[in-house]
Design a protein around this ligand. Structure first.
Ligand code: FEC
Length: 311
């Protein structure tokens, strides 16, 4: 008899339409509604990226569909079949909805994974905590993948994206070794360091592994998309890093947002619009690697760690 294993694929989530931006933002702020000004500012960022469309939704749908196909193709245990369910952090279907749906479909065993390779107690840790609580309530036995930041296929996927953009710099006349590669990820409050959180170390490990695979020597890590709160966030922020690089006479920069796996607001606005505007003012040519989205090597990375997940 074939056993169906549920896979809870967790991702950040995005509004479905402009009239949901306020509810989404309120959820991110743990139930505190944004001010008029904050709401207006976020709405304008969404409008700027692709005219009020929310690319993360279709991208997550596509990743989940591609993952289910790849998982069942890679699975050698023919007594098991894998079915993927979505669970979003800040929008419908919420993480709890995904777990409840699995239980309703009679699933007894499941694996949870987040579409973000690096673990922080404030990011992946909080997805897992919510899924665990709901799974216990619904009687679903769950295992979790907490990070996969050094999986060889993930490194290969990112390395391919870096190399192909470096080729373009070269074709445009730049000296390959002079292009500064900036690996970036979403900043978090500085307090995570005192908590011994692995987030920063894992990001540096991913960066070093990609640099080694691509033969890139001129690289550094920088943060992006810090929250607009009074507490200190991890830095330097990419905009400050660009200003420093300009003072060092760097002219060509390739940004590789390795903390993200999809095209969405933090990539399409924070890098493609905001960082590019600053780079232009500084006379720096700034390019970005393509996002992984449904890259087969990324789908194989996820499938591999799901198939090997242990209690
Ligand atoms: O395209 C989209 O609609 C969503 C893009 C999006 C992604 C994303 C990923 C991460 N975040 C992480 C941490 C934080 C912390 C706060 C925070 C706030 C926001 C806001 C928006 C937003 N985030 Fe996000 N994040 C995305 C979007 N994020 C919009 C609210 C406005 C703003 O601050 O810009 C601060 C919350 C608070 O106030 O307490 C912290 C981390 C990731 C990467 C890992 C993951 O995907 O889960 C970490 C995509």
């Amino acid at each position: 008899m074939t056993t169906t294993i549920g896979v809870l694929v967790m991702s950040y989530g995005t509004p479905e339409s402009m009239d949901q931006v306020e509810a989404y933002y309120t959820h991110i702020r743990r139930g505190h509604p944004p001010t008029e000004e904050q709401l207006q500012e976020l709405t304008e960022r969404y409008e700027a990226i692709v005219g009020g469309v929310f690319p993360l939704r279709a991208n997550t749908d596509n990743q989940v569909a591609a993952l289910q196909e790849t998982l069942n193709r890679m699975n050698q245990d023919k007594d098991k079949k894998y079915v993927c369910y979505q669970g979003l952090k800040h929008a419908r279907p919420f993480i709890e909805d995904g777990v409840a749906q699995m239980a309703e479909d009679g699933i007894k065993e499941a694996v949870g994974i987040v579409l973000a390779p690096h673990y922080s107690v404030m990011s992946v840790g909080s997805y897992i905590k919510r899924a665990e609580a709901k799974a216990e309530e619904c009687g679903v036995r769950m295992k979790f993948v907490s990070s996969y930041h050094l999986h060889p296929k993930l490194i290969e996927a990112f390395a391919n994206k870096v190399s192909s953009k470096l080729d373009l710099f070269e074709e445009a006349g730049a000296e390959r070794s002079k292009v500064k590669v900036l690996f970036s990820a979403h900043s978090l409050p500085e307090k995570i360091l005192a908590m011994g959180d692995p987030y920063q170390d894992q990001l540096l490990e991913t960066s070093a592994a990609i640099a080694e695979k691509t033969g890139v020597v001129s690289w550094q890590f920088t943060w992006q998309s810090a929250g607009r709160t009074a507490e200190p966030w991890l830095g330097p922020d990419i905009l400050d890093t660009l200003r420093s690089l300009s003072q060092e006479q760097v002219e060509d920069v390739l940004v590789a947002p390795i903390g993200f796996v999809s095209d969405h607001l933090e990539v399409l606005y924070d890098l493609d619009i905001e960082a590019k505007t600053v780079a232009k003012e500084l006379d720096i040519r700034l390019e970005r690697i393509d996002s992984l989205n449904t890259d087969p090597l990324y789908m194989e990375t996820l499938s591999d760690v799901i198939l090997m997940a242990k209690e």
